[in-house]
Design a protein around this ligand. Structure first.
Ligand SMILES: [Zn+2]
Length: 111
């Protein structure tokens, strides 16, 4: 079955912030016209249109944050993961939307 969002992260359930839901990255605009995440356009279709974003939390032993970005033009999706060493960026592919979720040992690409 294909989920709209990854259901697991390295085997741990993900709680997506569906109360707040999807928002536009332009909501995060700060002074100077740059965004907090440094969006420079979609790497896949090269649109400059801001992606949609949704926040999530990995229910690991030590819960940590995910921020998912999805291009509204082509569906290209990346996830920023806040680890103890700072933010890491991941590109999601089709396999990440299955019942097993995203598992970096087998799938996904570290940017
Ligand atoms: Zn795109």
């Amino acid at each position: 079955m294909r989920h709209a969002l990854p259901v697991k992260w390295d085997g741990h359930p993900i709680l997506w912030d569906t109360d707040q839901g999807w928002s536009s990255v332009s909501d995060l605009m700060i002074c100077g016209g740059t965004t907090k995440n440094g969006w420079k356009g979609c790497e896949q279709c090269h649109t400059q249109v801001m992606p949609r974003t949704i926040n999530g939390q990995v229910c690991d032993f030590t819960p940590h944050r995910l921020v998912l970005f999805r291009c509204m033009t082509c569906g290209y999706t990346t996830v920023s993961e806040l680890t103890g060493h700072g933010w890491r960026e991941w590109i999601l592919d089709e396999s990440d939307y299955g019942d097993q979720g995203s598992n970096y040992l087998e799938q996904g690409t570290l940017i």
